[in-house]
Design a protein around this ligand. Structure first.
Ligand SMILES: [Zn+2]
Length: 269
């Protein structure tokens, strides 16, 4: 041991004499390695902190732990998404206020945002189909309507790993053939906020408060920034008036309503 230690120290001495700059190069290299290591551990600990912050289970538990005792219940529903532009901000608002919602997604948009679809589900929200391409199903050939419904179901099944159990037909349009074919309950709405048309928080909240009641299903669209803007005030106003939020399926369950495939529901009371 001492022999090899001596010979290696002799080697360094010899190298030091022959290449005096080598010591500086080695020192600088060691410093750089240490610095890179420090940067890497800082980045990974930041990533860990973010992972913990958005842990899906934590959010889910939080959202389902609301006290519904003695509250009037409503289901907030969002159509036509998901949108990478607006849906993530809405999810943040819903998480902060512990509001579960129901998203009627277009298969075409879901296919382009599979991770966002999964995030919506993981955070305790319910997902239903709003068909594949938002066609007016009663104005197109029956076979085309059926394939539009089926394609959306298949896309959502692939992403979520299970069948969706709710459908909202575009424009609320449906007929007997669609009802017989759709295979899920058809959930329409009792409060139309007209958020796609009158894009102010004041209007969205005003219309909702004038039409809402226990068991209401509230129609909004998560593709408009102005609709997302209105959600904090809308949620706070509804809570101030004794309402609490549940998903559509939860609402049916709390009201003792068994949702039937092919049946149309405007509210659940
Ligand atoms: Zn729609």
């Amino acid at each position: 041991m001492s022999t090899s230690g001596k010979s290696s120290s002799n080697l360094f001495q010899r190298l030091n004499i022959r290449f005096p700059w080598l010591k500086i190069v080695v020192t600088v290299t060691l410093c750089l390695i240490a610095l890179l290591d420090l940067m890497r551990s800082t980045i990974s600990s930041t990533r860990d902190a973010n992972t913990i912050k958005i842990a899906p289970m934590a959010r889910h538990v939080k959202i389902t732990s609301r006290d519904l005792e003695g509250k009037k219940l409503v289901a907030l529903t969002f159509d036509d998404g998901p949108s990478s532009e607006t849906t993530p901000r809405l999810l943040g608002i819903l998480e902060k206020r512990e509001v579960p919602a129901t998203f009627f997604m277009l298969g075409s948009k879901a296919r382009n945002n599979p991770e966002l679809v999964k995030q919506v589900a993981k955070e305790g929200h319910e997902i239903g189909s709003h068909t594949m391409y938002h066609q007016n199903l009663i104005r197109i050939a029956a076979a085309a309507a059926e394939s539009d419904i089926n394609e959306a179901k298949a896309v959502l099944r692939d992403i979520l790993g299970k069948d969706i159990s709710l459908t909202r037909t575009p424009y609320g349009n449906t007929n007997d053939r669609i009802r017989n074919f759709v295979g899920t309950p058809i959930i329409l709405w009792s409060v139309d906020t007209l958020d796609w048309k009158i894009k102010t928080t004041e209007s969205i909240v005003g219309i909702t408060m004038s039409q809402v009641g226990d068991g209401a299903v509230i129609l909004m669209h998560d593709i408009h920034p102005t609709s997302v803007d209105a959600v904090p005030t809308l949620v706070d106003t509804l809570r101030d008036n004794g309402y609490e939020f549940v998903t559509v399926s939860e609402l049916a369950e709390k009201k003792g309503i068994k949702l039937t495939p092919g049946a149309i529901y405007y509210n659940l009371r």
